[in-house]
Design a binder for this molecule. Structure first.
Ligand code: ZN
Length: 243
């Protein structure tokens, strides 16, 4: 079985469509949240996710902010403006759909969260200490998270009880089930690891592997739509540099 692993789509239709084309035939989808927010096509992206009907489908902080379930008080001004804009764009049925999604999930020995399993909405797993604490606190073989918009892996060292967060370059394949891993597939719609290409992962259940992928998409078109929509211009600029 080939499973598409996506996160942080952020209303970027061009990136999402390109990822779906590049991924080829898939048997299931795991969506780690933040389907909307920042990007100019929240409704279209929600519709695509509804059609894919992901096996794992999580709500992130931006999804919940756009439904009103989460206060935008902790958001910076740019994120706040985008969340308010997104809320106005989404139909009530789409807001209800996002609001009903869980923030964590489990399937067998795999654990899923948007941010982290202990704070699924807010915590960023971007340093060794945080990663190690999660390995110690939770039971899983592989934990999949999003939220940081960076494609990374952390491997738990059972002897020292430490973990190291390592950036994943495109094409890297990880063996699943040997060591305990924490994996972030990166962001489809707003990468922040210096590579502006859309990021996604593929789990191959027969080979027991996770492979990270990057694919170029029509960034210029998304940027144009962001500016035309009256969304804050830094949201367009950052897509060009992947930061
Ligand atoms: Zn996000």
């Amino acid at each position: 079985m080939r499973i598409l692993v996506v996160s942080d789509i952020h209303g970027n239709l061009e990136a999402l469509q390109t990822v779906l084309d590049a991924a080829g035939p898939i048997d299931a989808t795991w969506n780690l949240g933040d389907t909307v927010g920042y990007g100019p096509n929240p409704t279209e992206c929600v519709q695509i996710i509804k059609d894919l009907d992901p096996e794992i489908n999580l709500a992130g902080n931006h999804d919940l902010a756009s439904t009103g379930a989460l206060s935008v008080a902790q958001f910076n001004p740019t994120a706040k403006a985008a969340a308010t804009w997104t809320r106005d764009q989404l139909a009530a049925k789409d807001r209800a759909y996002l609001e009903a999604l869980p923030t964590t999930s489990r399937e067998g020995e795999s654990l899923f969260a948007h941010g982290s399993p202990r704070d699924p909405v807010w915590e960023y797993v971007d340093d060794d200490r945080t990663a190690a604490a999660l390995f110690r606190e939770f039971t899983f073989d592989t934990c999949y998270v999003g939220h940081t918009h960076q494609a990374v892996v952390a491997r738990f060292d059972e002897a020292s009880e430490r973990a190291k967060v390592i950036h994943l370059s495109a094409g890297t394949a990880l063996a699943l089930g040997d060591a305990r891993l924490l994996i972030n597939p990166g962001s489809v719609g707003q990468p922040r690891d210096g590579d502006p290409r859309a990021a996604y992962g593929i789990v191959d259940t027969e080979r027991r592997s996770f492979t990270t992928h990057r694919v170029p998409y029509a960034v210029g078109l998304t940027q144009e739509k962001i500016l035309d929509a009256g969304l804050p211009s830094p949201l367009a600029a950052r897509l060009g540099i992947g930061r």
